[in-house]
Design a binder for this molecule. Structure first.
Ligand code: ZN
Ligand code: ZN
Length: 593
């Protein structure tokens, strides 16, 4: 049995807290579970060891009843208390909790007063305006709930890249371990770095496909096998993700990998090119058509069959078609084939190019780890510098910092910088862009920071023109180094706010403001479709994890793939610079004034 990790324990404790609220239990009881969840999540020690050595009581915030439950959960992997609690509610209740604006308190009211226990019942109740009539709800809430239900339908069957790639990598690893597998890879939209996927495509080569298929459908974590064929199988994972594995011969592998990576548009364009050269490209191979073969070989081929052009890799397929290799991220038929023909496919940024990052939170606002812990983990990852950007005071829901607390953090950072030379910390702030583009802190406070991330966190419903004006005004401030999450979108959860990115990019170019590529898998904002244009306007990208804990540094990898999808090179990304270079670069905009 795989060991249950800290974040899974924390998640389960949080769920118990919600269930207790749904039951209408005393608030202190659910709060105790939440406190314990936070304590578990942020403790540096190994949880399994702590439990094995019976030292849970050394963690503040965990009482004796909870200690017992956590011990049971960690040692057996199960918690009957949680299972019974969960079973006492209709399953549809949990879907209701996923809707924006519905917390346990409101769900309880809906359940108790309108007997609403699933999404369909809620929709009917909203349409009859029974929800608006409830105390604490109103017509606006009702309209928002209907909107949320609509969006949820629209998002169903889709998955965020960030929720899938770790699973995909472990599946490919498992396949590669199999003695009958020669090569294995992810394919499809995941390989192309699409931010949202419908399913996961895997490809393997083998001389014994049946054995590989049998092993695949038996992998752990699979909820249901929907198709178990000889060369193709499909399985469903618990989160509703469908995963298809195809097995081909090793000769066919490069052609199949190219074909199943897509996109459809790219494949069509490449096939056209092949036809123009008297060749045929398909998932089975790249073939020289007989008439053409005759001309080239100067000899009659006996069967008149097309001849396979042997390519051992995708690189060789592109080369045979007279093209530079096109990295999977660029295969959208958005100019990559023309660029490959001209030999102008750039060397795209790689995540190992990143030397540091900005936009990281600590426990001072809504992060899970201390300044010291964030610095230690970044240093361990090999980063040379780290920018700390906690929330500013208007983000009170995220425990935003007052001027005094921010300046106190600066002193703490100065002391840390004085005491270590493995990593350099920069003082920053994620400063709210308020109504009319006013910043949450006066210029003298912003000037006291090494850099400033400016972000919109409220007033998302403003019309496009107003929002654009608001953000442009903030970017015109000489102390705003970079714009945070440019559209505020949360993938599969919240649509972007209305903003004219064309104008934002122009303003960034004119003012020398960097635009963040927020690498949080929910955001991946600014969207990859805009980066090539921004790059060509001379706008600098900065890949930031928006880290709220040390594990979030891993998002840098996701963000880098999105940057690659946006055609960004190393030189386009500010945080590929060395410490000395970035120190100067952070002053660039300020020196312009
Ligand atoms: Zn933010
Ligand atoms: Zn943030």
């Amino acid at each position: 049995m795989p060991a249950i990790d800290k974040s899974q324990v924390a998640e389960l404790l949080d769920e118990i807290a919600i269930l207790l609220e749904l039951k209408g239990e005393n608030v202190f009881k659910s709060r105790a579970y939440r406190t314990a969840a936070r304590a578990i999540e942020s403790m540096p020690e190994d949880l399994a060891r702590l439990v094995a050595e019976d030292r849970l009581d050394s963690i503040a915030g965990i009482g004796s009843a909870l200690r017992q439950k956590i011990t049971e959960l960690v040692t057996t992997g199960r918690l009957p208390y949680h299972e019974e609690l969960r079973a006492s509610f209709p399953p549809g209740i949990f879907d209701l909790l996923q809707l924006p604006g519905l917390g346990p308190k409101k769900v309880k009211i809906l359940h108790d007063q309108l007997q609403v226990s699933d999404i369909d019942a809620l929709e009917a109740a909203c349409q009859d305006h029974r929800v608006a009539a409830l105390a604490g709800f109103g017509a606006k809430t009702e309209a928002n709930l209907l909107l949320g239900i609509d969006q949820r339908r629209h998002y169903r069957g889709q998955h965020r890249y960030g929720d899938v790639y770790a699973l995909a990598e472990s599946l490919v690893d498992d396949l590669r371990q199999h003695p009958d597998v020669i090569r294995a890879s992810v394919a499809g939209s995941l390989r192309r770095g699409k931010e949202v996927l419908k399913d996961l495509d895997l490809l393997a080569s083998s001389a014994n496909p049946a054995a590989v298929m049998d092993a695949f459908v038996a992998l752990p974590g699979i909820e249901r096998v929907t198709n178990h064929g000889e060369t193709k199988s499909s399985v469903l994972f618990g989160n509703g993700l469908q995963c298809d594995l195809r097995v081909v011969s090793d000769t066919e592998f490069p052609y199949a990998l190219h074909h199943f990576t897509g996109s459809k548009e790219h494949n069509v364009a490449l096939r056209q090119r092949a036809i123009g050269q008297g060749k045929r490209l398909s998932e089975w191979g790249l073939f020289l058509e007989p008439e053409r073969a005759k001309k080239i070989e100067g000899a009659e081929l006996p069967s008149g069959e097309p001849t396979l052009i042997v390519c051992r890799t995708e690189e060789e397929i592109f080369a045979d078609l007279g093209l530079q290799y096109v990295p999977p991220e660029l295969r959208e038929n958005l100019g990559e084939i023309e660029a490959a023909e001209a030999g102008t496919i750039p060397r795209l940024v790689e995540w190992t190019d990143l030397k540091g990052t900005f936009h990281c939170h600590t426990v001072a606002s809504d992060g899970r780890h201390t300044l010291q812990e964030m610095a230690d983990a970044a240093a361990e990852l090999g980063l040379a510098y780290l920018g700390i950007a906690d929330h500013s005071k208007s983000s009170f829901q995220a425990n935003g910092l007052s001027e005094e607390r921010l300046l106190a953090q600066h002193r703490e950072i100065a002391a840390l910088n004085a005491s270590r030379d493995d990593i350099r910390l920069f003082t920053g702030v994620e400063c709210d862009i308020l109504k009319d583009g006013v910043l949450d802190f006066p210029d003298e406070i912003l000037a006291a920071c090494d850099y400033v991330v400016a972000s919109v966190h409220a007033g998302f419903t403003a019309p496009e023109e107003e929002m654009t004006r608001r953000v442009i005004r903030a970017m015109e401030n000489p102390y705003v180094t970079m714009l945070g999450h440019a559209t505020g979108r949360l993938l599969l959860r919240r649509e972007p706010y209305a903003i004219n990115l064309e104008k934002i990019i122009d303003c960034a170019a004119e003012t020398g403001t960097w635009i963040e590529l927020n690498a949080n898998p929910y955001r991946l904002d600014m969207d990859w479709r805009w980066w090539r244009k921004a790059r060509d306007r001379g706008v600098r990208c900065v890949i930031n994890p928006d880290a709220h804990g040390i594990d979030d540094y891993g998002y840098l990898r996701v963000g880098t793939q999105i940057a690659r999808k946006g055609w960004l090179r190393r030189e386009d990304v500010a945080n590929t610079r060395t410490l000395a270079e970035i120190t100067a670069l952070l002053q660039e905009k300020r020196n312009r004034r």
